[in-house]
Design a protein around this ligand. Structure first.
Ligand code: MN
Length: 452
């Protein structure tokens, strides 16, 4: 279960474009990634200017590909994730793994084709890595995705959001110790998706990945640090997260496609590296669809669970692309009583504290089709009755319009479901009868247009 085995799958090969021209990791790879971001193919860069290794990009760029990686049908995505969060299972520790084909002392980060993505980025940064660490007493393990700014050949600045790795770092700091970490790059999509899981502190995301992969994940111990890494990763960097040393990190682009604020963040010293023969470097475009999917999906699941506990039936949840996969939710419910949608809205905001705007629609509206959602707002919504405004709530500092110090923001909920007291037919889109013969003609025309 590796990046390579995934890229070799028949369905994925069909969705892969190979770029044979030599391109630079500075702006050139990211330009191509940006162009093919929307529901785009996997991109495989065969030749990098100035580097020996190849680059794979946009690997987890669509919901469909994540479902292929999980070997499930799209309608089972949320339930499959919830099942794995609730039933994590310990992976095997292997004696050897392909990542140990090459073991390097004192590696040079400048030899890796790390991308510089956007014009004003402070530096090149690694965006597709999972970082794993154990508590000093070895009872707690955590795996999460962090951006890593290249400082020089042996150091990264790491962005630590105050969550689980931040907590482990603080425990190590109190003990006066640096924290051993592994930084793994070039992974099976399920390992990356598991690393963004919404599980409690103390639950290892490796165990979630292993549950999702039906116990096929293998981990290995490292040469220089006490932390585990996937045995089939393309690259594992072994590092020490400093208890003392911090630098100004950024500015760098985050999920909104705007620059995150500069902050003092800790430094990781790289003390060793393991990699497969002719390793593939994995790139992930900040603010790209892949970033939104990996970061947003676990929160869609939490919203889905919360709404399911509040109203009789929830059909679908979409943290929309336009809303950065993070700040806007559209949720469709089967409304039984007036007021259900407002209860759903309160559940939605409770389930995802960073959320800013939410729209609840009826189940005849496709939550992935924003024109349909807008149509529901246009024809089923009255602002004086169907709007909830929550001022001065905690939101996300990633939103440049929120207070950048406190994250305070105004939340807005829209009930765009049809009022039950009024005749249903008034709110239904008019239909045109379509015979089989005319449907055939339409299908043929569609094909012609697609080919043109
Ligand atoms: Mn965690």
């Amino acid at each position: 279960m590796s990046l390579r085995s995934f890229l070799e799958e028949k369905e994925i090969k069909k969705q892969t474009i190979h770029i044979s021209e030599a391109v630079s990791p500075r702006f050139e790879v990211s330009s191509v990634m940006k162009r093919f971001d929307q529901n785009g193919p996997v991109l495989f860069f065969e030749k990098m200017k100035g580097y020996a290794n190849k680059v794979a990009a946009n690997v987890c760029g669509t919901r469909e590909r994540l479902c292929v990686a999980l070997s499930i049908e799209p309608e089972n995505l949320y339930s499959r994730l919830v099942e794995a969060w609730k039933n994590p299972s310990k992976p095997k520790i292997a004696k050897s793994g392909s990542v140990k084909e090459n073991i390097i002392e004192k590696p040079k980060l400048s030899k890796m084709p790390v991308l510089t993505h956007f014009k004003k980025d402070a530096a090149a940064y690694v965006t597709s890595a999972i970082v794993s660490a154990k508590s000093p007493d070895k009872t707690v393990e955590n795996v999460s995705i962090h951006r890593l700014q290249v400082l020089d050949d042996a150091h990264f600045a790491i962005r630590l959001v105050p969550r689980h790795l931040f907590k482990l770092w603080n425990i190590a700091k109190e003990a006066g110790q640096d924290l051993d970490v592994t930084i793994s790059i070039g992974l099976h999509p399920v390992v990356m998706l598991a690393a963004t899981s919404s599980v409690a502190f103390g639950v290892s995301e490796y165990d979630v990945a292993n549950a999702l992969l039906k116990n096929k994940l293998r981990l290995i111990e490292c040469e220089h640090v006490d932390a585990l890494a996937p045995a089939e990763a393309e690259i594992v960097l072994e590092g020490r997260l400093s208890a003392k040393k911090e630098v100004v990190e950024g500015s760098l682009v985050d999920i909104t496609g705007t620059y995150d604020v500069k902050r003092s963040q800790p430094v990781i010293e790289i003390v060793g590296m393991m990699h497969r023969d002719e390793y593939i470097y994995q790139a992930l475009l900040p603010s790209g669809n892949e970033h939104k999917l990996l970061m947003g999906l676990p929160h869609e699941v939490k919203i889905w669970e919360a709404v399911a506990n509040t109203v009789p039936k929830v059909k679908a949840v979409n943290l929309t692309r336009g809303g950065c996969g993070w700040l806007h939710a559209v949720v469709s419910i089967e409304k039984q009583k007036d007021g259900d949608a407002k209860n759903a809205l309160t559940a939605i905001f409770g389930a995802h504290p960073s959320l800013k705007h939410a729209v609840v629609v009826d189940t005849d509206i496709d939550v992935y089709n924003m024109e349909e959602v807008e149509w529901a707002i246009a024809t089923r919504f009255q602002a004086n009755e169907d709007l909830i405004i929550i001022p001065n709530a905690r939101g996300s500092t990633l939103d440049p319009s929120a207070d950048q110090e406190t994250g305070l923001t105004t939340k807005l909920g829209i009930d765009a479901t049809r009022p039950l007291g009024k005749p249903k037919e008034k709110f239904e889109p008019a239909k045109i009868p379509c015979s089989k013969s005319i449907q055939k003609i339409i299908d043929k025309l569609e094909n012609e247009i697609r080919k043109a």
